[in-house]
Ligand binder design. Structure first.
Ligand SMILES: *Cc1c(COP(=O)(O)O)cnc(C)c1O
Length: 372
């Protein structure tokens, strides 16, 4: 490795994860969710790898994220579903970005923008089915769907899809949401809408709730090779973690028993010890909450993080192992190779693997590995 901080992303793993998930879910369409810079992995390279693996849709939160994909020359269908009240819809419509809409106001604004551009905007209506976030409230389904049908007949919009999102609170609650979603789809049919896409499941339901698969699944965490479940690992699901976070030892020192380490001396060497300094900190997304709880791998040996994780660096106690300045330190990667996993860090920090990979900061250069 070259730099002393690096997130290496295995693009072949992403393609393979998508192909595996496609075979498993068997839906007509597969959306790869690449919001938030592809959960920290890099939106553009990940989008290309996911499409190579068989995804035929890309999903993002914001229009700005969708336009970033378009500017990179990615022409595949893209859906953006979270919008600023003052959104300029025209840029998205002109770039052929599908708009996930959650209200009559948004529908009308999009129809006005497409009238100005003299074109048809492709929209997907989001129904609220129990997550209490965005989506059209059930009491508004009938009027909003009727408005969508009317705007479709006038040529201002095409209702390409109807979708919702699950809470994953429990199988029973998700099953209730499925029933609610089905009522919404029936209402849409009754007003004359014929959406080509209906979708409800993210990774968790795509894997464990076949009834939620409809015509497309929206896969985020699983394409990165991470499990959405507490009770199943990546390997259990046939997935390969794509990101390896690593650095190089910046300093080594030998200290006598009793020496305090890092801010507040939350750890003192119980015996004479060798300490290695790792040049990543919470500015790089290494969670401070994992201070004194996480482990890293140096030369294939696991060592504990000791003392507080600081903004730019943390300290590892390496016992009597021969560790030298410049040695590679792996914070997390594919546990099949014996290194800690993103799940291990999530456990140490009291959070979820989504948070561990997505929070990796921009001071950490991403590099990409692929067979060709
Ligand atoms: C983030 C997101 C997803 C992907 O969720 P995962 O659990 O990462 O698969 C799917 N749909 C919507 C609406 C999302 O916001």
């Amino acid at each position: 490795m070259t730099g002393y901080r690096e997130a290496v992303v295995d693009l072949d793993a992403i393609s393979a994860n998508v192909a595996h998930l496609r075979a498993l879910t068997g839906t007509a369409h597969t959306m790869a969710v690449v919001k938030a810079n592809a959960y920290g992995h890099g939106a553009v390279p990940v989008a290309r790898a996911a499409l190579a693996g068989g995804a035929d849709w890309l999903g993002v939160a914001d229009i700005a994220e969708a336009l970033e994909l378009r500017e990179a020359g990615i022409g595949a269908p893209v859906l953006a579903w979270l919008h600023d009240p003052d959104t300029d819809w025209s840029a998205a419509i002109a770039a052929d970005v599908d708009l996930g809409l959650s209200s009559a106001v948004q529908l009308q604004q999009v129809a006005d923008a497409s009238a100005t551009l003299d074109c048809t905007a492709s929209v997907q209506i989001k129904l609220e089915t129990g997550l209490s976030r965005n989506g059209v409230q059930e009491s508004e389904w009938a009027p909003v769907l009727a408005l969508a049908a009317e705007l479709e007949r006038s040529g201002r919009v095409r209702v390409r899809g109807i979708f919702s999102h699950l809470s994953n609170a429990s199988p029973a609650e998700d099953t209730e949401a499925i029933a609610r979603f089905d009522r919404g789809l029936a209402l849409a049919a009754a007003v004359g809408l014929t959406p080509e896409l209906t979708h409800l499941a993210a990774s968790a339901a795509a894997l464990r709730l076949p009834a939620a698969r409809y015509s497309m699944v929206r896969l985020g965490i699983s394409i990165y090779g991470l499990s959405p479940f507490d009770d199943a690992s990546s390997a259990d699901l046939g997935l390969v973690p794509a990101m390896t976070l690593r650095g190089r030892v910046a300093a080594v020192r030998h200290v006598p028993a009793g020496t305090g380490v890092s801010y507040d001396y939350t750890w003192r060497a119980p015996v004479d010890s060798s300490l290695a300094l790792v040049p990543l900190g919470y500015a790089d997304g290494v969670p401070r909450q994992a201070s004194g709880r996480a482990q890293v791998s140096i030369g294939g040996v696991l060592h504990p993080v000791v003392g507080r994780i600081a903004m730019d660096q943390f300290v590892v106690s390496v016992g009597l192992e021969p560790v030298a300045v410049g040695d590679e330190v792996v914070l997390f990667g594919d546990p099949a190779s014996g290194v800690p996993s993103a799940d291990d860090w999530a456990h140490a920090a009291g959070t979820i693997n989504y948070d561990i990979v997505t929070r990796i900061g921009r001071r950490v250069p991403r590099s990409y590995r692929a067979a060709e």
